[in-house]
Design a protein around this ligand. Structure first.
Ligand code: SF4
Ligand code: SF4
Length: 460
């Protein structure tokens, strides 16, 4: 154990999990930071995404939220399109499309989601760690402070750091809640005493503490042990997927030459690529599930190679086929890429077709559970239905549902009414018909949209 602790580079993924020592305790990481091409790109992307995340719940388009899944109104808003709770099939299309898009992106670009888009990486790498570095100093200093007794000024710094982490967690979690309840309701909750709304207060506190625990303490453990996406990595990629790769052919035998006869590769075994790694792995041991493709090791090694005046790219993003010198298959000739891209196009195409091409009003007919039919006066029978009516436009619509089948009558309090913009109505109605009519179904029309729809009839 002592030998391993003194030399963290002796950890190998085969023998040990990278952030756990041989006694099973967590090995706290102090990832060093080096600037570089990838760091600049990732920083810029992260700042853009954070701004997007913070601003989006507040934005509206034509009077409706730009992006929200409102759990109170039972509506989802997607950039001008409104989905009602009875259109969850459309929401399923979007979610399935996004999931497949993630598969496609992984196949084509590797773990680009982890390195650029995942909130875990974005907030930990570009908000939490910079705060820590600003208050407690660089990796070397933090490691030194944590390994000895804490002086009062170090204790003060730790308290200050955690207060800022709590502020970050509060902002992140409240913004998260705003995506589901809207900023107006959130503001109301925040300005009123918790006793006025104990359940939302409990939920918001729970989410905030969850974010705090994750950002301040759990960090890379989430990627290494909890995130299911990392576990599926090996089945999502193939030999033409770019991954962060150490060029062992060029780098080995690693280390500094001791004599003329001692021929070494380009890797001087400085260990910087391991020290900067936020998940604590040594990429020289090959691709590992913990690698989030952040490319910190690439920037670090690039700096070392530049300082040594050697060609850069000892660690770089490349595919397995490139590394082995085999033919690189163009993207559009890879069957899996074509299959995933077609499925994504199909799902998003269906979504667009079903939302943009919707009538001004859409109607779902549901049989009311319970009695199959009701005996009514004048030798008539009745079926109870619920008409779920959605107004898919941004204006109020005068609704008028009329029976079109001869002999059928509609007993309904709201079949002539006004349905507000982007709203949904559930109308209970009795459809009555003469006993001897032997109807299979009744036809109705909705006046303002011209929709004609059927309701199945049950009779004795
Ligand atoms: S940073 Fe480059 S030179 Fe240093 S150990 Fe890693 S691969 Fe070798
Ligand atoms: S091995 Fe390199 S790319 Fe992978 S997580 Fe570590 S630093 Fe990032």
């Amino acid at each position: 154990v002592n030998q391993s602790q003194q030399n963290p580079q002796s950890y190998t993924p085969q023998s040990l999990l990278p952030t756990m020592d041989q006694t099973g305790k967590r090995r706290w990481l102090y990832p060093d930071r080096r600037d570089g091409r990838y760091a600049s790109r990732r920083r810029l992307t992260a700042l853009g995404l954070i701004a997007f995340y913070l601003v989006m719940p507040w934005l509206t388009f034509g009077g409706i939220p730009l992006l929200r899944v409102d759990v109170f109104e039972g509506q989802a808003y997607f950039f001008g399109q409104v989905l009602h709770v009875n259109e969850s099939n459309l929401l399923a299309l979007v979610l399935a499309g996004l999931a497949l898009f993630l598969l496609l992106a992984t196949l084509v670009k590797g773990r680009i989601w982890c390195s650029y888009g995942c909130p875990q990486t974005v907030f930990v790498d570009w908000v939490i760690r910079p705060i820590e570095e600003l208050i407690e100093g660089n990796a070397h200093r933090r490691r030194k402070v944590d390994s000895g007794p804490l002086h009062p000024q170090d204790q003060f710094k730790k308290v200050l750091k955690h207060v800022l982490f709590l502020v970050v967690a509060a902002i992140v979690s409240n913004t998260f809640v705003a995506y589901f309840v809207g900023p107006e309701r959130l503001r109301h909750w925040m300005l009123q005493p918790p006793s006025d709304h104990p359940v939302p207060f409990f939920v918001m506190t729970f989410i905030m503490l969850g974010f705090y625990a994750d950002l301040a303490w759990f960090r890379e453990q989430f990627c290494s042990y909890l995130c299911p996406y990392a576990r599926f990595q090996s089945v999502m990629i193939d030999a033409d997927t770019p991954t962060v790769t150490y060029n062992a052919k060029r780098g080995e035998k690693r280390g500094r030459s001791q004599s003329k006869e001692d021929q070494r590769g380009d890797c001087i075994d400085c260990g910087l690529c391991v020290r900067v790694c936020p998940t604590g792995i040594d990429i020289r041991n090959g691709l590992q599930p913990e690698c989030v493709m952040c490319a910190r090791c690439i920037d670090a090694c690039h700096m070392i190679m530049t300082n040594l005046d050697r060609p850069t790219g000892l660690i770089k993003v490349m595919t397995q086929n490139e590394y082995l010198g085999q033919t690189v298959v163009p993207m559009w000739k890879r069957p899996r890429v074509i299959a995933y891209a077609s499925a994504v196009a199909f799902l998003f195409g269906m979504f667009l077709l079903k939302t943009v091409g919707r009538h001004a009003v859409s109607i779902n007919v549901i049989r009311s559970p319970g009695a199959p039919y009701t005996q009514m006066p004048n030798d008539r029978y009745g079926n109870v239905f619920i008409f779920q009516v959605n107004n898919n436009t941004g204006r109020d619509i005068a609704l008028q549902i009329n029976p079109q089948t001869e002999g059928v009558e509609l007993l309904c309090g709201q079949c002539t009414t006004t349905i507000p913009a982007h709203n949904e109505l559930r109308i209970s109605a009795i459809v009555s018909f003469p006993r001897q009519s032997k109807l299979q179904s009744a036809q109705f029309s909705e006046g303002s949209s011209g929709i004609v729809f059927n309701a199945p009839i049950l009779s004795p």
